[in-house]
Design a protein around this ligand. Structure first.
Ligand code: RWZ
Length: 371
């Protein structure tokens, strides 16, 4: 029955009419300015959504981005940071609140310096969306604070795979939970997804884990470690060794193991996308997923991740944007293509050869079983 629902659904096109949100008010115009400043790519994909959802989801993004900008700043003392993260939800009710104590190098400091714009516009959105934003902000802020607290006592604050997945839950699983609730309010997803919260969780986990693998060098340089010790300790003695050319082979085996861990979410991401009933929502969620599977293929068996921040090419990105704006079948073809490439790069010299082989086979067969 689940398979039948995947095959049968048809999509309709988004309405031709799209209002221009930047023409509404000064504070709203400013919110779009902060959005473009913090993420060009999100500012682009959000335009795919039904016009009624654009402003609420932009506000959701800006609030979480504000929270993330506090978490990310290593120049803020834990003493100041912890209560800020825990109480960020209450900031949303404080007219005129701004924050200017971020370090000068914090890339999104301007957003917090002008956070009064976000608070002013937050007040104007539909209360049902405000409740979702408050709830996710409160949960994410407390999760980030627990994690920051942990880091004070122990530099390896991501010890187990469970710690790693809990961190990804706070910063990405919760984002997906909130988005799913937005979509449900409008009937844009099958209400049955609320009975399968693990599908939503996988959507966030897959994106976050892929980012963590890709950004390993940049995070290391900024003194952050997200790869779980439980995994890297099987391959190297010290985390620093991952970046030492002498240990390149061990580092690559380690990266394979963490790629394998991320690949486990692919099937559930497809099952989640199968429950979407509206074209704009589909495009909005499918674009990041398609970029993630392509990025996972790029980082797999790629020693450059230990030297620099690798990125998929502009040409590849352009093609992914087109393909993921179509339908589930096209997105499945994208997933299959990149999983096959991972499969082909897999080598029997890798300690996780068998695991990766099984995982790729399973995803390929799953996709073939539905089309
Ligand atoms: C659509 C069900 C977008 C799940 C996770 C997708 C993104 C990676 C980045 C969930 C503002 C972007 C900085 C949210 C805090 N996780 N996370 C479904 C999804 C937003 C800041 C950045 C987080 C962070």
């Amino acid at each position: 029955n689940q398979l039948r629902s995947i095959i049968q659904w048809k999509m309709w096109h988004k309405p031709a009419y799209t209002r221009d949100p930047s023409k509404e008010s000064v504070t709203l115009k400013n919110c779009f300015k902060w959005l473009k400043l913090t993420s060009r790519s999100f500012a682009m994909v959000v335009q795919e959504l039904n016009p009624d959802l654009v402003i609420p989801i932009v506000m959701y993004y800006l609030v979480l981005r504000g929270l993330d900008t506090i978490e990310d700043d290593m120049t803020i003392s834990l003493q100041e940071k912890e209560p800020l993260l825990r109480n960020f939800e209450s900031v949303l009710e404080k007219d005129g609140w701004t924050y200017n104590k971020n370090g000068p190098n914090e890339k999104d400091r301007e957003l917090l310096v002008h956070f009064n714009d976000v608070i002013a516009e937050f007040k104007l959105i539909d209360p049902k969306y405000r409740d979702i934003i408050r709830d996710i902000t409160q949960k994410m802020g407390n999760g980030m604070a627990d994690y920051a607290n942990n880091a004070k006592h122990n530099i390896n604050n991501v010890n187990t795979v469970r710690d790693y997945e809990l961190y990804c839950h706070y910063v990405a699983g919760l984002v997906g939970d909130g988005l799913t609730r937005f979509f449900m309010e409008r009937g844009f997803v099958n209400p049955g997804v609320s009975r399968r919260p693990e599908f939503t969780e996988s959507m966030g986990q897959f994106l976050q884990k892929t980012n963590i693998i890709r950004d390993v060098r940049e995070d290391f340089d900024e003194k952050r470690r997200f790869w779980p010790k439980e995994i890297w300790l099987k391959h190297v003695d010290k985390f620093e060794d991952l970046f030492d050319p002498k240990h390149r082979e061990a580092a690559l085996s380690c990266s394979s193991e963490i790629v394998l861990n991320a690949l486990r979410h692919a099937d559930e991401c497809i099952l989640y996308m199968a429950e979407i009933k509206e074209q704009g929502v589909f495009t909005f969620v499918a674009i990041p997923q398609a970029m993630a599977i392509a990025t996972l293929e790029l980082v797999f068996q790629n020693p450059r991740i230990f030297e620099t921040n690798v990125k998929i090419t502009r040409g590849e990105t352009a093609q992914l944007l087109i393909e993921s704006s179509q339908d589930l079948q096209t997105v499945c073809a994208v997933f299959k293509k990149y999983v096959q490439r991972i499969h082909m790069k897999n080598s029997p010299k890798d300690p996780n050869f068998l695991g990766i082989d099984i995982s790729c086979n399973k995803i390929e067969q799953f996709i073939e079983s539905i089309y």
